[in-house]
Structure formats: structure tokens, C-alpha cells
Write a protein that binds this ligand. Structure first.
Ligand SMILES: Cc1ncc(COP(=O)(O)O)c(C=O)c1O
Length: 400
């Protein structure tokens, strides 16, 4: 018997009936659902009868089980432990025809969806291969060998690294004693040869948010002299009242490039979708430097996920819950931690990070690397609440 379903566009794919038979599932088999059954598939198996919130709860249990079964729990790369939205999973195959096309319409659809959510016209948006590509093309488009860049340090390293690769002198300005961008010192580094300024808010690896007005004033001031890149990868996890994206400065016409990503709250890091928000002339210039087109899987999943408000709220809620659990545990142990506004926590271990990594590896967790000069501080990404419960359970032993 052929393994192809007459309705399947994918040669070799199992038909749904065949798949259900192979997995021992059939109509009404809800009690027998295996732990790793993709949530969207499950919604169809159940005839859509399961409310979406229940589906997400089921998915949370599934991913926690699956992540534990896959080896040490990854709390090292600030990934989304829940994976992608069930609706994004559906959309991956839903757009199958466009998999064979150049210039797939879903790219424009995603541009429009994102632009609407952010509150800018579509010509202010470029969809990229992850937000890392926004940073690389910003460096390339500066076309500035022999020029200079100003960045806080430590921070997300891609833009400074691209600058150095391209022969730009990068002034890495140490964060101040509260892990804030040292805006005074950064400003002092600006001169007529400065081609780019980088700010990252909230900052990685320190997790904290800058003072809103001070950073805005700095960015606007710097933008009078040069292009400023504002990395907002962790925008969706900020809970601090009054926090705003800097898109309003872009709309005022300032030469600011904002980078955002589908890798974090949308859980699509492996599918590589990011966004630049900037003035249309800057968007046109950036687009001349892209190294390829985002793939249709990523575009489709991101578009569905951006429209899946319930999933976004679910992830945000769970991550904030896990973040608070870890911050509370650290406070109880009397440990210093940065006030996290991201999906990770940065805390003082008081011993080399490598020792902490070894301890947690033995307990089944992978944590972040050292971020000089803070070599006795640990960066721990937030997993599912159940994972964080387990992590907090073994935390005191790390300080013994
Ligand atoms: C601050 C910051 N910016 C950008 C990125 C890159 O993300 P992506 O290229 O997956 O969008 C990361 C990834 O961890 C990050 O922490």
C-alpha cells in the first residue's frame, strides 16, 4: 500500500488515518494521547473539541516531559521552552504551495501583521533571517571601514563583532555599577567618525532595563550625529510599567534601526525570523545588504504566532512566573540578582561560572557561559514553571 495520502501534497507523508493507526490513535482516543503528540495535531484528533487554553496546558506538560527526556534541560541560550504556538505549527504546512515559490506572499502578510502590531506603516519594516541579520546588515550598510562604533559592554555581541570584522573600531563602554548603559561615557566616545551606536534594552546578558527617559534622550541625541541601533529582542517579556519601544522615535524620522525577533516569545529561533523597524529610506538601504530571503516555514509560523494573542500571553505569563520563582529563591538565599525584564536571570554566584555550570550539569541543567568581566555571575534562562521548580530545588546546593 502506498504511504501517500491522495490529499497529501507531500510524497511519502503518512495520511492522517495512517498516522493515527500507526500511533494507535483513533477517534475518541484522547486518553491514549502520547506525551509528544504535537499540540495542533491533537486539536484535530479531538475534533477541535479541546479549548485552546487546555491545549496549551497539555502542551506545557508535553514539552516539559520531552525536554527532560532529551537530556540536560537547556537554560543557556534564552530560548522559549514551550516551542512554537500550535497555530504556528498548523501554518507551517498550511502554506505548502508557497514552499515552491520565490517571493512568497506570506512575506508581505507577515510584514503587514508585524507593522500593524508595532504601529508603523509597512514601508518601515524589513523581515529578516532572525534579528541577528538586522545587526549584520546594519554594520554592512554603515559601509564604514576605518569608522567607529560605540556599544555598551557586555552586551549582545553580534553588532560589535560585525563592526570589528568590517574594520570598524568598536568602543566597548563598560556598564556602570548597576549594569546600566553608561550613557555619559558612551556619549563621550561619540565623534565625527562614529558610524554606528548600539544599545540593547533590556540588555543581554544582564537582563535589566535602562531608564526609559535617559536612554531615549541619549538615543535621540546620538541620532542627530549618526545611526543608532536599538536591540529590543526581549521587548515581549518586559513588565515594568511605562516601558515603550522606541518606534515613536523612528516615526519622528530619526535615523534609528530597531531590531525585534520571533525567536524569543514566539519560540521560532530555529526558523530564523527577525524584524527591522526604521525609516523607509533606511529600510531600503538595509534591504540591499540582506544575505538571502527568510524561509516560508519561518514566515508562515511567525505570521500565525503574531496573530495568536492567547499563545503569546500564555508564554509571557509562564516565563514571568518562572522568572519570579528564581528571583525569589535567590533573594531568600541572599544572592544578588539583576532586576530581570527578560526570559533569563543574571545573578552573582560568587564563584567562577564554570563551577556553577559543572554543578548544574550534574543536576541535569545547562546554564549560560561566563560574560567577562562578570565571571562570577550566572545567566540562567527561564524554562517551564515545572523546570524552574526543579531548578530552584537544587539551587541552594550550588552555593555550598
Ligand atoms: C539581545 C539579542 N539580540 C538579538 C539576538 C538574536 O536573536 P535572533 O537572531 O534569533 O533573532 C539575541 C539572541 O539571543 C539577543 O539576545
Amino acid at each position: 500500500m502506498s504511504s501517500e495520502s491522495p490529499s497529501s501534497p507531500f510524497p511519502g507523508a503518512l495520511s492522517r488515518r495512517q498516522w493515527l493507526r500507526t500511533t494507535g490513535l483513533g477517534v475518541g482516543a484522547s486518553v491514549a494521547l502520547p506525551g509528544l503528540l504535537p499540540a495542533a495535531e491533537m486539536s484535530r484528533v479531538l475534533g477541535g473539541g479541546l479549548p485552546y487554553s487546555a491545549l496549551l496546558t497539555q502542551m506545557e506538560r508535553d514539552v516539559t516531559t520531552a525536554r527532560r527526556a532529551a537530556g540536560p534541560i537547556r537554560l543557556n541560550f534564552n530560548e522559549n521552552p514551550f516551542g512554537m504556538s500550535p497555530k504556528a505549527k498548523d501554518a507551517l504546512m498550511g502554506n505548502w504551495a508557497q514552499h515552491t515559490w520565490y517571493m512568497p506572499p506570506v512575506r508581505d502578510e507577515l510584514t503587514a501583521t508585524f507593522a500593524k502590531q508595532v504601529g508603523v506603516p509597512v514601508d518601515h519594516v524589513l523581515v529578516t533571517q532572525g534579528s541577528s541579520e538586522v545587526l549584520s546588515i546594519a554594520a554592512l550598510a554603515a559601509n564604514a571601514p576605518g569608522g567607529e562604533m560605540v556599544a555598551p559592554w557586555p552586551t549582545f555581541e553580534d553588532l560589535p563583532r560585525w563592526g570589528e570584522t568590517l574594520g570598524i573600531t568598536v568602543h566597548k563602554v563598560p556598564l556602570d555599577h548597576r549594569f546600566d548603559h553608561d550613557l555619559y561615557q558612551m556619549d563621550a566616545k561619540l565623534n565625527g567618525n562614529t558610524k554606528l551606536v548600539f544599545v540593547c534594552n533590556p540588555n543581554n546578558p544582564t537582563s535589566n532595563l535602562a531608564d526609559d527617559q535617559a536612554l531615549r534622550d541619549f538615543v535621540s541625541n546620538a541620532a542627530r550625529r549618526t545611526t543608532v541601533v536599538v536591540d529590543e529582542a526581549y521587548y515581549d517579556f518586559v513588565t515594568q510599567p511605562g516601558y515603550r519601544s522606541m518606534t515613536d522615535l523612528v516615526l519622528k524620522g530619526e535615523p534609528i534601526i530597531i531590531s525585534r525577533t520571533a525567536s524569543k516569545i514566539h519560540g521560532l529561533a530555529g526558523l530564523r525570523i527577525g524584524f527591522a523597524v526604521a525609516r523607509p529610506d533606511i529600510i531600503r538601504k538595509l534591504s540591499q545588504y540582506v544575505t538571502g530571503d527568510p524561509n516560508v516555514f519561518g514566515l508562515s509560523a511567525a505570521n500565525a504566532s503574531l496573530m495568536d494573542a492567547e499563545y503569546v500571553a500564555f508564554v509571557r505569563g509562564r516565563i514571568i512566573e518562572g522568572r519570579q520563582m528564581l528571583l525569589d529563591a535567590l533573594a531568600t538565599l541572599g544572592k544578588k540578582a539583576a532586576p530581570s525584564q527578560t526570559n533569563f536571570v543574571f545573578f552573582q554566584a560568587g564563584k567562577p561560572v564554570e563551577q556553577m555550570q559543572r554543578y548544574f550539569a550534574a543536576k541535569g541543567f545547562t546554564i549560560g557561559r561566563a560574560f567577562p568581566p562578570y565571571t562570577d555571575w550566572c545567566r540562567v534562562s527561564i524554562g517551564t514553571p515545572e523546570e524552574m521548580k526543579q531548578f530552584v530545588g537544587v539551587l541552594p546546593g550550588a552555593f555550598a
